[in-house]
Design a protein around this ligand. Structure first.
Ligand SMILES: [Zn+2]
Length: 312
């Protein structure tokens, strides 16, 4: 693995050469180069922007989008060491929402033939909204969160004990094998450097026949392709796919094939999936209904949700 140290105040990064697609192991040198991504928003006047950029590639086998090289901050708190209310600038996130996570809970119950007291783990619990919803729905709940700021807020808001809400990352976490019935990775996998090994690890914690719910950005999302045309028209090779060095720090986007092929290697199958259009940004509101319909029909919405079932 080739690595080079570069400082961009206040952050310091290592840049690691990616050798293979993380999800399907296809040789990364065969990937399609989509373009360059700056360490900040490229804006309306991209030719005036300064900074450093990495290329964004698409695996030709499974469609995973990834940066090449992979920028890894020396200190992870450079990316995530900010208070929760700054990370989610929309304050409504902190308001109580009785429907929060209800679609996922209903799906989990249907797929598991639910019994009261089944065990659930939320990976990247944030401020604990999903954990509370799962507990209220009859699950015994655990959660892990690598950010102390978020964890403190979660403990304050949920009142759950320390052994249930742990300050750790999925890479460092330790649980018994064959313990959980349901594991959720809501908006987590796209931030991890090695998502495949984290899925593998979570599969070990899951009982045979248990399910994992994963929500990730879709590689087939229409909007980045649409906005990339603008950057092309401005005579740049910038793209808007991923954001490896600025918020929200997305390192990957995925396709259904990424999980189907990864499942063949890691003993799980994709039981169920759907694609949500989610929010539309950077385009005048008058075009939103048209874009929304187009994305629904073409399955090119922003968020891909997959339900993975561990082999019996
Ligand atoms: Zn791949």
């Amino acid at each position: 693995m080739v690595s080079q140290l570069i400082s961009i105040q206040p952050k310091t990064y290592h840049f690691h050469q990616v050798d293979a697609c993380n999800m399907c192991t296809q040789d990364a040198s065969t990937a399609k180069v989509l373009g360059m991504r700056l360490n900040q928003s490229q804006g309306k006047n991209p030719r005036s922007k300064t900074g450093i950029a990495v290329s964004i590639c698409k695996c030709r086998n499974c469609g995973l989008n990834f940066p090449q090289p992979m920028p890894i901050p020396n200190d992870i708190s450079d990316h995530y060491g900010i208070p929760p209310d700054e990370y989610w600038k929309n304050n409504s996130y902190f308001e109580k929402d009785t429907h929060y996570f209800s679609r996922q809970i209903n799906d989990a119950k249907r797929l598991l033939s639910f019994n009261n007291g089944m065990k659930a783990l939320d990976i990247g619990l944030g401020i604990g909204k999903a954990v509370v919803a799962m507990k209220n729905a009859g699950f015994e709940v655990w959660g892990i969160e690598p950010s102390k700021h978020f964890l403190n807020k979660a403990r304050e808001l949920t009142g759950l004990p320390e052994n249930r809400l742990q300050h750790t990352s999925v890479e460092e976490a330790k649980f018994e094998d064959n313990f959980f019935d349901f594991i959720s990775f809501g908006s987590v996998l796209e931030h991890l450097y090695d998502p495949s090994s984290c899925i593998q690890k979570a599969m070990k914690w899951l009982v045979p026949g248990g399910v994992i719910q994963i929500e990730v950005p879709s590689s087939n999302h229409l909007m980045p392709s649409f906005l990339n045309l603008y950057f092309l028209a401005r005579s740049t090779n910038f793209v808007t796919n991923l954001s490896p060095m600025h918020p929200p720090y997305h390192l990957y986007s995925f396709t259904l094939d990424s999980f189907r092929i990864n499942g063949e290697m890691n003993d799980y199958k994709v039981e169920y999936h759907y694609i949500d259009v989610a929010s539309i940004r950077h385009v005048p509101k008058m075009f939103h209904p048209l874009l929304r319909t187009w994305m629904k029909v073409r399955k090119s919405g922003m968020q891909l949700t997959v339900w993975l079932r561990k082999a019996d």
